[in-house]
Each structure stands twice: as C-alpha cells, then as structure tokens.
Ligand binder design. Structure first.
Ligand code: SF4
Length: 258
C-alpha cells in the first residue's frame, strides 16, 4: 500500500469512529476517553457538533450612548433659566456619525423658532462654507454650546454654560468626530476654557477632550463684515486644515480680490 493509500485508509477509519460516537449522542471527544482505532497514532479532541453552544457567553459589550437617548434625557429642559424663554430647544442636526462637527454659540431668533441650528442668514453662510469644502449639511453635524436662545441674543451666563455644556460633551462623545470646528469667540473660548481672542486661537488645532478642534470666525461675523473678503479666506484657510486632517481632498478655489 502506498503512503497516500495508507493516509486515506486512516482518514476513513477516523471518520467511521467519529460517526459512531456522534450517533451514540456524544458531542465532544475528550482526550482522556478517546480511544481511536489502532491505526491512529495519536488521539485528538474533535468537536463533532460544529454549532454547539459555547460554554461561556461573551462579556456584554457596552453600547456607546446615542444622540437620541441624550435628547430624551434632556426632555423639556429647565435646568437653567433659558428654558423659560425659549420657543424650541435646539439640540443639533446632521449625521450622528459625522466626521466633523460644527459648534456655535447659542440659537438665535430663527433657530429658536424652527428648532434647528444655523438656519438664518448666518446659517446660509455656514452652508456655503460646508459646500465649498465639498461636503453637505446632512454629512456633518451642527449644534451649539447652549441649546436655548438667550433673551435678546445676550451672551450666555456662566451658570447657563455650566448646566448646558455637559450635554454638548455627551453629544460629541456619542458622535466621536475626527475634528470639531468651533464657530466664533464664545464657542472657542468656552470649549477651550480660555480668554484668548478668536483671532489668536484660529489658524491652528487645539485639543478638546482628545479631539482636534479648529476655532474659526463665526458666520455672523462674516455676515456683518461681508465686504472684508480677507475674513472669508481666513475661514477657508482654517477649513483647508480641517479637510487635510480628515484626509479629504481640498477643492481648488480661486481667490479673487486678493
Ligand atoms: S440652555 Fe441648556 S440647560 Fe438651559 S434650559 Fe436650555 S437645554 Fe436646559
């Protein structure tokens, strides 16, 4: 008998042995009781029932908190006085798995009425910036540090920031973006816990809880200084850095008027 024929005979013998055990109800052949046919040189542990239940269930995986559950927990929030004067709580909008999140200060008049951030004239400017980047509004996530409109668009007070900011942090953890764009002085100073002016903060990345954060001018500031095209290009320079950070192509934009 050739070596090949011997091997085939051994395999046939092993298969018959396993079939016999399977028919007798055994699901596993432990080493210490396995008695292979004499032609088998070594005993082995052979799982017969491939789909048998595992002995130990895997440890439960903790699901990351979702945006829906954060919003649910906020409910009709009145944790600070801004809850009393708002029309709508403006939570945020966009892709819950966005690679980049834009964070502004607080809702304005239009946002308060519609319940969505950046929907007024400043929102149009932000949309243009996002489109220029080769992205669209549904692809990114947009929200504010403060979720309810301060009366008369005044600056949010420290106690209001203290009550509301934890929700932003949870939103950012749930989304886990690769970059954050802080729009304007208030958002940048609040998130970075600094008093540095936006003109000094912008232009380079900072760290926010391990996420690269790029401060840039607020779209409202661009709106009120629309004749100053240099400001637009400074914002564009910041966005180019964000695109590079994300490994996305940088659109070729002609700089007229420079
Ligand atoms: S601003 Fe924030 S903390 Fe204050 S009521 Fe609105 S959601 Fe609640």
């Amino acid at each position: 008998m050739s070596e090949h024929e011997e091997l085939l005979a051994e395999l046939r013998a092993l298969r018959g042995y396993v079939t016999e055990l399977e028919e007798s109800g055994m699901e596993l052949i432990p080493l210490d009781i396995a008695e292979p046919p004499p032609e088998m040189a070594e005993s082995v542990v052979v799982p017969i029932a491939a789909e048998s239940e595992p002995v130990y269930a895997p440890a439960p995986v903790t699901e990351p908190e979702g945006l829906d559950s954060i919003r649910l927990e906020m409910g009709e929030c009145h944790r600070c006085q801004l809850g009393d004067g708002r029309t709508n709580l403006v939570f945020g909008v966009g892709n819950p798995r966005a690679r980049v999140v834009f964070v502004g200060e607080a809702p304005g008049h239009d946002e308060d009425l519609q319940g969505e951030p950046f929907v007024g004239e400043a929102g149009q400017i932000l949309n243009r910036v996002i489109t220029r980047m080769g992205l669209d509004r549904q692809e990114v996530y947009i929200c504010n540090v403060i979720k309810c409109r301060p009366p008369g668009n005044r600056n949010p007070q420290p106690t209001e920031i203290e009550q509301c900011q934890p929700f932003l942090l949870r939103q950012l953890r749930a989304i886990a973006p690769e970059a954050i764009v802080a729009l304007g002085t208030f958002a940048a100073q609040t998130l970075l816990n600094t008093k540095e002016p936006i003109s000094k903060l912008r232009g380079s990345f900072h760290d926010y809880c391990g996420i690269p954060l790029m401060p840039t001018f607020h779209p409202s500031y661009l709106l009120h200084n629309r004749k100053n095209t240099d400001l637009f290009w400074l914002v564009w320079d910041d966005m180019v850095q964000v695109l590079k950070k994300l490994g996305l192509p940088v659109p070729d934009v002609q700089r007229k008027g420079r």
